[in-house]
Design a protein. Structure first.
Length: 167
């Protein structure tokens, strides 16, 4: 599925966005992924994190570092931002954001996670709080519009598949 939309960046510019479903890293092998986000399920709860400086809630995620794959970045960012260990991971979506000078590609994943221990702090200092919420309450914390609704519905279905799959 492909969904075309737009967003307003922090500079106030309107940017075109094209989201599409993917099923594996092979579906994005020709792209330079810059940002990753994981819809993380700890039991039946969804993990969200608050960026204190920017003042908003989001699924754990961040920039892909040089030499990292998108999957490695997803696992690292989830650990850094929530102190959760990724038990199972699957890519479910990708979006291209048409910036003025380049296309910024981002992935979305479903992850089954468990805590290493209590959240203490994000090494980068960006994340100030984590919550485990009922997925039905996600709109109270963030609004990704039609794309977000599609991603959440797809994540909920794939979560069941991952939870039922043996390691």
């Amino acid at each position: 599925m492909e969904i075309k939309s737009s967003l307003i960046n922090r500079s106030g510019q309107k940017l075109n966005v094209v989201y599409y479903d993917i099923d594996s890293a092979a579906d994005i092998s020709d792209k330079k992924v810059r940002v990753v986000h994981g819809l993380c399920f700890c039991g039946d709860k969804l993990v969200i994190v608050k960026n204190g400086e920017k003042g908003y809630w989001t699924p754990p995620g961040g920039a892909v570092e040089p030499g990292e794959t998108a999957e490695q970045a997803t696992i690292r960012e989830i650990k850094e931002e929530s102190n959760m260990r990724v038990i199972k991971h699957r890519f479910i979506g990708c979006q291209d954001i048409y910036e003025p000078t380049h296309i910024s590609t981002q992935t979305r994943s479903v992850c089954i996670v468990e805590p290493y221990g209590p959240f203490v702090s994000d090494p980068d200092g960006d994340i100030t709080e984590i919550k485990l919420i009922d997925p039905a309450d996600l709109d109270e914390y963030l609004n990704w519009g039609e794309v977000g609704e599609h991603i959440l519905n797809r994540a909920l279905a794939i979560r069941k598949e991952l939870q039922n799959k043996k390691q």
